[in-house]
Design a protein around this ligand. Structure first.
Ligand SMILES: *Cc1c(COP(=O)(O)O)cnc(C)c1O
Length: 427
């Protein structure tokens, strides 16, 4: 579909947008007194207005009840992680006992690998995407070394073919098949943070399992961005953070998924803490760890109430909007952005969009590979109130998110890129 590339047409799309009112639930930084056009929700989502009151409620609970706050009030702290479960499960397509909110993302990645990366002399490899987020690369390397293996031989990265920017699904699946019985773990991102490519998670999980490997996903850039079906796709585990598309604030808590098939596996090795211990006898304070059924059995510590309260307020917004409705709007916003950017470039080759053109292989984000004019373009946008983000060495990422971005945001961004681009045609 082609969109009419005018301000009037963009505004008319906004008028027809049934999710439009959600924008009013967020706080925008200002640029010369006006809301910025915030296309950076893939890095740190905007602040929902409701979070302030949610945090004040917990401060009041603490002030009024002290330690009794664990048992009193509407949301007693003792069970706080459970108040996030149903919404989290809906958002990632899991059964309630398959998910838990706990810790932070890289911590959870390590906790999950403690259980699901169990290398042996013959089956010790990890298949992952080349160019994964650095924290994931470091986690993989250090896990491999921790088990006494060499990352050079134990980590197999799937890279784009020469002259291409993103991975071909056939190459991912073929690499898993080729490594076969040597693969202990297939570990993939959901959406790559740099290219914006959304991988075939169902296919990766099925192929990983066919060769007898465990399968894990890092969904930092997928959760809250795309509808997910973790239970059906069947990975052994998945982890994500809540401060990108999920708008739960800097350093917000992580979520973890452990597939139902492992729900009742007390023999599965894991790093344990008291909050993962059977809650019926948790406060008997006895020796002998007995894990909770399901993902809760991987918890270490009692809930981080303030960050969980912020996360809950944000999850309420997702529930009200519906992830399928959000995706429907997101497909349009991103397609519109793709079109206005291409038209703004006008054949001057200021940049190339490296995110897949197929909407089924991407979420909100478009990544522009630029040349030595790229940083100037990025700075020009910032000086004109458009917040995108810059990734070294030369990529600009735009993520129009359906909860608080508008078609006008997209059009104005394209308009600014066009003005910048035009300045090169007169040289
Ligand atoms: C954002 C991101 C992280 C950050 O990890 P934290 O532990 O939350 O600091 C890790 N991995 C991926 C894939 C990410 O996108």
């Amino acid at each position: 579909m082609r969109y009419e590339n005018t301000l009037a047409a963009a505004r008319s799309l906004d008028t027809q947008d049934s999710l439009r009112h959600f924008q009013e639930q967020f706080i925008f930084p200002k640029h010369h007194g006006e809301n910025v056009r915030y296309l950076c929700g893939n890095s740190l989502g905007l602040q929902p207005k409701s979070i302030r009151q949610a945090l004040l409620n917990e401060l009041d609970q603490w002030a009024e009840h002290g330690v009794e706050g664990h048992f009193r009030g509407e949301l007693p702290w003792m069970h706080y992680h459970k108040f996030l479960t149903a919404q989290t499960a809906r958002l990632v397509g899991a059964l309630p006992h398959e998910v838990v909110v706990m810790n932070t993302l890289t911590v959870n990645l390590h906790l999950m690998m403690a259980s699901f990366y169990r290398p042996t002399a013959s089956r010790f490899k990890i298949v992952m995407e080349a160019g994964a987020f650095p924290s994931d690369q470091y986690a993989m390397e250090s896990q491999v070394r921790w088990h006494g293996f060499d990352p050079e031989t134990a980590i197999v990265e799937v890279a784009p073919r020469a002259g291409e920017d993103t991975l071909r699904t056939e190459d991912i699946l073929q690499t898993i098949e080729d490594q076969g019985e040597m693969v202990a773990l297939v570990m993939f991102g959901g959406v790559n943070y740099y290219t914006g490519q959304y991988y075939d998670l169902a296919g990766i999980a099925a192929t990983g399992h066919r060769v007898g490997a465990k399968v894990g996903f890092d969904l930092a850039h997928a959760a809250g961005n795309l509808p997910l079906r973790l239970h059906d796709w069947g990975p052994d585990f998945a982890v994500w953070c809540s401060y990108k598309y999920m708008n739960s604030g800097p350093g917000g808590p992580s979520g973890a998924f452990v597939h139902e098939r492992h729900a009742s596996s007390p023999e599965l090795p894991r790093f344990a803490g008291w909050w993962g211990h059977d809650e019926a006898v948790r406060f008997k304070m006895k020796k002998g760890f007995q894990p909770m059924f399901g993902a809760e059995g991987w918890q270490l510590s009692n809930a981080q109430i303030f960050s969980f309260a912020a996360h809950k307020a944000s999850l309420d917004i997702f529930d009200a909007a519906g992830i399928e409705n959000l995706r429907a709007k997101s497909l349009k916003l991103t397609a519109f952005l793709e079109q206005v950017l291409k038209e703004a470039d006008g054949g001057r080759n200021l940049f190339r969009i490296i995110t897949p053109g197929d909407p089924a292989q991407r979420g909100c984000q478009l990544s522009l590979l630029t040349d030595d004019r790229g940083k100037a373009l990025f700075d020009y946008l910032a000086a004109n109130g458009v917040i995108a983000d810059w990734r070294e060495p030369n990529v600009i990422r735009f993520a129009p998110v359906p909860l608080y971005n508008s078609f006008e945001d997209v059009w104005q961004t394209g308009h600014l890129v066009a003005s910048f681009s035009l300045s090169f045609s007169i040289l």
